[in-house]
Design a protein around this ligand. Structure first.
Ligand code: FE2
Length: 575
């Protein structure tokens, strides 16, 4: 019997080893570009859950907590617990709740029978106001954020949240802290997903993701798609083509509450970190933008030296994550501004004026070059002997070959790519394009063994449906003047000056930077194995849990891609 068991386990080991050997590594690259043809039958139901769906209904009474979530602070010893109490209001005459009316208390401990620690936090409400005739205003429930500190690494904690004086406490939930930062310790699985929305496809993505048992979730922008709705709750698959006459780009904020309720099952136990996408802009009265995003989520901005909810950083074991904002200033300096395409100030259209006002806000941030300076400081502070892996995340991809949003983020790439390259960023995660694409290692449109891998997972399943056309297909190359996003502050997309696409705006075949692309809904899982090897797996919604859509070992080469000399090189060059 013992011999049989030994042979069985030997065969199992050899089988696993053989399968693992089949997985390509970035050391085998650069790879010839691969396109998996789109299967129309797999498009899925890109239809939003209605407000009658039990998964989005309010199930609590009075001031009991709902929409409970966990997010990380900058280091393993601290997390944020967030939740909402009270009901939102939407109408012509709304009366905001008093955030002081309900306390923000969390009890936590390492045993569910001994929640011995009490922590208090802060509460707020936000309004989404549309001072236009016929449009409805929104005021949120009371949003609570409580920061727990003094936590041990890789430890399971139980918690309850709410207001004990109102007898409005939640059930007991639990979360696990990140490992302490070191080259030997990493979260087992980090889920990466983007452009989620709240459709039936989204529900498939999230249940698939839950089955993969992540320790951490990265949401790379475009959260609820509440801005595909008018304030009266009328929805559309495409806002700009369906509601051209509205005086301001409306949103239906209850979709945020629906999303928070649906997501609670995941994010009350698995920390989620979010960075803003264009669907979070949500402009409203008084020149305000990103209000729901900045109010509902907790961010380790202060802890990571940032003064903004739009960019911040944190550690998860031996990985340092940098979250960047693509819809606020990212320029190195005023002189480096690419803001050379401006909206006509003579336009009287309210929407155009509002865009101009948003640009002014963008400019005010840009003048200070705050984000770029913060990024320099943050990169400079990273000790790769403690966090060997450096992962950067923002919403719109720099390297995408799909027609949708083609080269839309080119100004941001021009400003920031060199800095990220010099500091040896290993992986970039993006969303925005509703499909999957993995690049070869690339820098400045050239294949480079020390450039990061760019992975776009904007395929979470939102209502706007999938991106299926490629810019390199005949007739699909967009007019360059049509490519900039007015919220991204400029126009930088010129014809290529070198390489196989020299003199053209688009390639005539799948670009060499694009290693693998496929239009399908799904999500990815990053498993960092040690200080040089990490396994990336992309899962498609239509597949079983064990089937993979794309898989590769991402291998760092710190000896070959030395960070310090490259940084010093640019510093010397600047002197
Ligand atoms: Fe987007």
């Amino acid at each position: 019997m013992e011999n049989f068991r030994a042979v069985y386990f030997l065969m199992l080991f050899l089988l696993v080893a053989a399968v693992r050997c089949d997985i390509p590594t970035t050391l085998d690259g650069p790879f010839e570009p691969v396109t998996v043809p789109f299967d129309l039958s797999l498009r899925g139901i890109a239809v939003d859950l209605p407000d009658t769906d039990p998964r989005v209904r309010r199930l609590v009474q009075g001031f009991e907590p709902e929409q409970i979530s966990v997010s990380l602070s900058a280091t393993y010893d601290s997390v944020w617990i967030s939740w909402i109490t009270g009901e939102f209001q939407i109408g012509y005459n709304i009366k905001p709740l008093d955030p002081k009316a309900v306390s923000s208390v969390v009890y936590h401990g390492t045993s569910e029978y001994a929640l011995v620690h009490e922590t208090r936090g802060q509460s707020l409400i936000y309004n989404q106001l549309y001072p236009f005739e016929g449009l409805l205003n929104y005021t949120s429930g009371i949003i609570h954020h409580v920061q727990l500190t003094g936590l041990e690494p890789s430890t399971l904690y139980y918690y309850r949240c709410g207001d004990p004086t109102l007898q409005a406490m939640s059930d007991i939930y639990y979360f696990k802290t990140m490992p302490a930062s070191s080259p030997q310790s990493y979260p087992d699985r980090i889920a990466v997903v983007g452009d989620l929305g709240l459709t039936y496809n989204t529900t498939t993505t999230i249940s698939h993701l839950l089955n993969n048992k992540p320790d951490l979730v990265l949401l790379v922008g475009d959260v609820t798609y509440a801005n595909l709705y008018l304030t009266n709750g009328t929805g559309s698959d495409c806002y700009s083509c369906s509601f051209p006459e509205t005086p301001i780009h409306e949103t239906y904020q209850p979709r945020w509450d629906y999303w928070g309720r649906f997501m609670q099952n995941l994010v009350s136990k698995v920390p989620m970190m979010v960075v803003e996408g264009n669907h979070e802009i949500e402009e409203q009265a008084f020149n305000r933008t990103f209000v729901a995003y900045s109010s509902r989520f907790a961010f380790p901005s202060k802890e990571s030296g940032s003064s903004s909810t739009f960019y911040y950083s944190f550690n998860a074991g031996g990985v340092h994550f940098i979250m960047l904002g693509a819809y606020i200033g990212y320029d190195k300096s005023v002189c480096g501004s690419n803001l050379n395409q401006k909206i006509d100030v003579n336009k009287t259209n309210v929407k155009e004026r509002l865009k101009l006002e948003v640009l002014e806000v963008w400019l005010s941030v840009m003048v200070m070059a705050e984000q770029y300076k913060w990024l320099q400081r943050d990169l400079d502070s990273v000790d790769r002997s403690i966090t060997p892996w450096l992962v950067a995340t923002w919403h719109p991809p720099w390297y995408s070959s799909y027609k949708a949003h083609y080269r839309e983020a080119e100004c941001m790439r021009v400003e920031m790519e060199e800095l990220l390259y010099l500091y040896g960023v290993d992986i970039v995660f993006n969303g925005h394009v509703h499909a999957y694409e993995r690049s070869n290692r690339v820098y400045n449109y050239s294949l480079d063994p020390c450039g990061p891998l760019h992975i776009a997972v904007g395929d979470g399943g939102n209502r706007e449906k999938m991106s299926v056309e490629f810019a390199d297909e005949p007739g699909h190359c967009p007019d360059p003047s049509s490519t900039p996003d007015p919220y991204m502050g400029g126009f930088c997309a010129t014809n290529f000056t070198f390489g196989p696409a020299k003199g053209k705006f688009c390639w005539d075949r799948q670009p060499e930077f694009s290693a693998f692309r496929e239009s399908s809904f799904g999500h990815g899982i990053l498993e960092v194995k040690n200080e040089t090897w990490a396994l990336w797996t992309w899962y498609r919604n239509q597949d079983s849990d064990n089937e993979v859509g794309d898989q590769i070992y991402i291998v760092r080469q710190p000896d070959k891609c030395l960070v310090s000399p490259r940084v010093k090189g640019i510093l010397f060059a600047a002197i």
